[in-house]
Design a protein around this ligand. Structure first.
Ligand SMILES: Nc1ncnc2c1ncn2[C@@H]1O[C@H](COP(=O)(O)OP(=O)(O)OP(=O)(O)O)[C@@H](O)[C@H]1O
Ligand SMILES: [Mg+2]
Length: 248
């Protein structure tokens, strides 16, 4: 199996506080990798390192992240963002029409052909299961969609530039159970095309949908492995305590 991302000795400090300490792991292609750990352990910081967003924060970063063989520090930030999309916890469509949300990034990257834009909009909305729900309302404001629809739109929007990797930071924590299960099914479909890294507080969700799980505690990668093993037979006592709910 190929690796989409290779992370080597990644450390991050904000001011004088170390947020990530010497993290090394390989994220396999076309799999869902879940990142779990208590609040403040460094999960969001880890994701920000994978799409370069960490460079916009007042942070000291060392180590190396490689995307399909290329050191990401050698990529232009806009190229890196195109290859590695990020979806946030609170679904925040741009305050414009559904259609414009979907064409915003392709236009930014220079695609102006109307037919091509239309095709992209249709294809990605279909991929996220949103097309039938919104096809007659593409000109309406995206802000009017339900929470679950907004999050699917944000995922569809991230896919409009055909990234290799899709990062999601707690994408379901503001959603109800039904919308959450729609997103989970969607992610299982999307891994055929994309590599997915999802930060989640919901251990049940990590167990249900991910292939690999990384457990971070206090900025350290405590354990990384196949999700089945991490949940059923963790090697580290610390992982076991977290999974059984003793802390976090
Ligand atoms: N921009 C920043 N400036 C200073 N410190 C920060 C910054 N961002 C995060 N931190 C600190 O770094 C540590 C890791 O934060 P991070 O947001 O990565 O954790 P997290 O695991 O995503 O937490 P949560 O589960 O609450 O979202 C925390 O101690 C946090 O306070
Ligand atoms: Mg976070």
């Amino acid at each position: 199996m190929n690796n989409a991302l290779t992370i080597e000795k990644l450390s991050v400090s904000y001011d004088n506080k170390e947020a990530l300490k010497d993290i090394s792991l390989k994220i396999p292609e076309h799999r869902i990798t879940a990142v779990i750990g208590p609040s403040g352990c460094g999960k969001s910081t880890f994701l920000k390192c994978l799409n370069g967003q960490i460079m916009e924060e007042n942070a000291r970063v060392s180590g190396k992240v490689t995307l399909s063989g290329t050191d990401i520090s050698k990529l232009k930030p806009s190229d890196l963002r195109r290859k590695v999309g990020l979806v946030f916890q609170t679904p925040a469509p741009f305050p414009m029409s559904i259609y414009k949300n979907m064409t915003y990034a392709p236009r930014y990257y220079g695609i102006n052909d109307r037919e091509e834009l239309k095709r992209t909009v249709t294809e990605k909305l279909k991929l996220t299961g949103l097309y039938d729900e919104v096809k007659d309302e593409l000109k309406k404001s995206a802000v009017k969609l339900s929470g679950g629809q907004k999050q699917r739109l944000c995922i569809a929007r991230a896919l409009t530039v055909d990234p290799e990797v899709l990062l999601l930071d707690e994408p379901c924590s503001a959603l109800d159970i039904k919308s959450t299960s729609v997103i989970e099914e969607l992610l299982l479909r999307l891994k055929e095309t994309y590599t997915i890294v999802i930060v989640t507080h919901n251990l049940g969700q990590a167990a249900r949908i991910s292939d690999m799980t990384a457990f971070i505690n206090d900025g350290r990668l405590v354990e990384f492995g196949e999700t089945g093993s991490i949940f059923k037979a963790p090697e580290m006592e610390e992982t076991k305590d977290f999974i059984t709910g003793s802390f976090g």
